[in-house]
Design a protein around this ligand. Structure first.
Ligand SMILES: NC(=O)c1ccc[n+]([C@@H]2O[C@H](COP(=O)([O-])OP(=O)(O)OC[C@H]3O[C@@H](n4cnc5c(N)ncnc54)[C@H](O)[C@@H]3O)[C@@H](O)[C@H]2O)c1
Length: 390
């Protein structure tokens, strides 16, 4: 088991991320060490699909560590990350008799984690929260950093809170049941994290994806290498978060948390105009990175060979749904509605090279350049050379 300490400014908020195979079945011991003798109750929030697979060993282990455990299953999918579900979750926490010293545990992907985390943030003005992420995206990204939220009718993640977890338990075995597209989406975020801030991490991620291609079967696909890579990805996210916990709007430097939004401007627009039906979020971010790469190249910031490398990286993540048929005008319109816009100006995360991002004011880009970047970035990618057979 690997352990990463996320160090935050308020020392008491610092926490551990544990990564390893089979961690869910020892979650009780880990939770006990983290919560101490005072924690009596743990309320588990999950969904049916995940709970059926991973709930029983988790509950068994928590009970063996002397916790009183209740569980509640929310609906499946992004549309359930809502205020209505939050209300149900809060009712569940109340009915479970949770007190200030008790804890909420999220078992599932980013949807479950964001909702359960927000419930923990507001219940009794904030109680302890443990993340047990079961998707690749949640393991390398969503579970680290303390952002929690629900969606409203106006858009995604519009109501939420910063609430740091007390512990993150990453059981790498849970990825074995993850549907293929969810893996692709997670890999896109992994490529993104490397591209924004660490050439070493980027190379390592591509190296893993390429090795995978060279015949390692599902059973032996390098469980240790996978755990190591997930640990490196978490370490990277944690290092960015530690320096900029609340995504300071006044910061635009290459280590600010905002660089993690590489690909998100276009990604959100693609999701919105296809009514969140065509792309998984990570897949849309995959295209978004390429559009950002095209703009960067066109502005003379990024060498063409670096953009090619980024394309290789995205292609290696797995096949993406087509985007070349989408209307550039519609995308342009959706782009201006971006939530991260400041004073109506979209801030783009662009690349100076793989591993170094820069935030650029949308006015410096111009609509002609943007249109060309959208056309080039959304073209069909070369057939991925890797096949992850699931
Ligand atoms: N808080 C943050 O910092 C942060 C960062 C990135 C994304 N997010 C949020 O995360 C959400 C997306 O998360 P996601 O990609 O994990 O999607 P998700 O939570 O919807 O999970 C994807 C699907 O996989 C299923 N699943 C989960 N684990 C499984 C497993 N081990 N085996 C089989 N099936 C499994 C889920 O039931 C679901 O159908 C979005 O709402 C996004 O806003 C939050």
């Amino acid at each position: 088991v690997q352990s990463i300490r996320v160090r935050l400014r308020a020392r008491e908020q610092s926490y551990e991320i544990k990564i390893g195979a089979g961690l869910l079945s020892v979650s009780g011991q880990e939770a006990r060490v983290c919560l101490g003798a005072n924690g009596r109750r743990i309320a588990v929030i999950s969904n049916a699909q995940v709970f059926e697979l991973y709930g029983p060993p988790l509950i068994k282990s928590l009970r063996a560590a002397d916790f009183k455990v209740t569980h509640w299953l929310m609906g499946e999918g992004e549309r359930h990350k809502s205020l209505a579900t939050l209300q149900e979750a809060l009712r569940f926490l109340g009915e479970s008799g949770l007190e200030r010293g008790d804890c909420v545990l999220a078992l599932g992907g980013g949807v479950v984690g964001d909702l359960a985390g927000f419930a923990a943030a507001v219940y009794l003005r904030g109680i302890a929260f443990i993340q047990a992420p079961t998707t690749l995206l949640a393991q390398i990204d969503a579970s680290v950093g303390g952002k929690t939220a629900v969606n409203t009718t106006r858009g995604k993640n519009l109501v939420g809170a910063f609430h740091q977890p007390r512990l993150v338990l990453i059981d790498t075995d849970s990825l074995a049941t993850l549907p293929r597209r969810e893996l692709t989406a997670g890999w896109c975020e992994a490529v993104k994290q490397g591209a924004t801030g660490s050439r070493k991490l980027f190379d390592r991620t591509l190296g893993f994806l390429r090795t995978y291609q060279t015949g390692l079967s599902d059973d032996t696909f390098g469980a240790t290498e996978l755990a190591d890579l997930i640990a490196a990805q978490c370490q990277f996210k944690a290092s960015i978060v530690a320096r900029d916990e609340r995504e300071d709007l006044n910061r635009a430097d290459h280590r600010s948390r905002r660089i993690l939004n590489l690909g998100h401007t276009t990604g959100h627009a693609l999701e919105a105009i296809t009514h969140y039906r065509r792309f998984r979020h990570g897949e849309a971010v995959g295209y978004g990175m390429l559009v950002a790469g095209e703009i960067s190249k066109d502005l003379g910031m990024l060498a063409p060979s670096e953009l090619e490398l980024l394309r290789d990286g995205v292609a290696l993540c797995g096949p993406l749904p087509p985007a070349g048929d989408l209307k550039v005008d519609e995308i342009m319109q959706a782009l201006t509605a971006d939530k991260k816009a400041v004073g109506g100006i979209v801030k783009w995360v662009l690349l100076e090279r793989i591993g170094r991002a820069r935030i650029v004011d949308g006015r410096e880009i111009g609509s002609k350049r943007l249109r060309a970047a959208l056309r080039n970035g959304l073209k069909r990618l070369p057939k991925p050379q890797v096949r992850i057979s699931r």
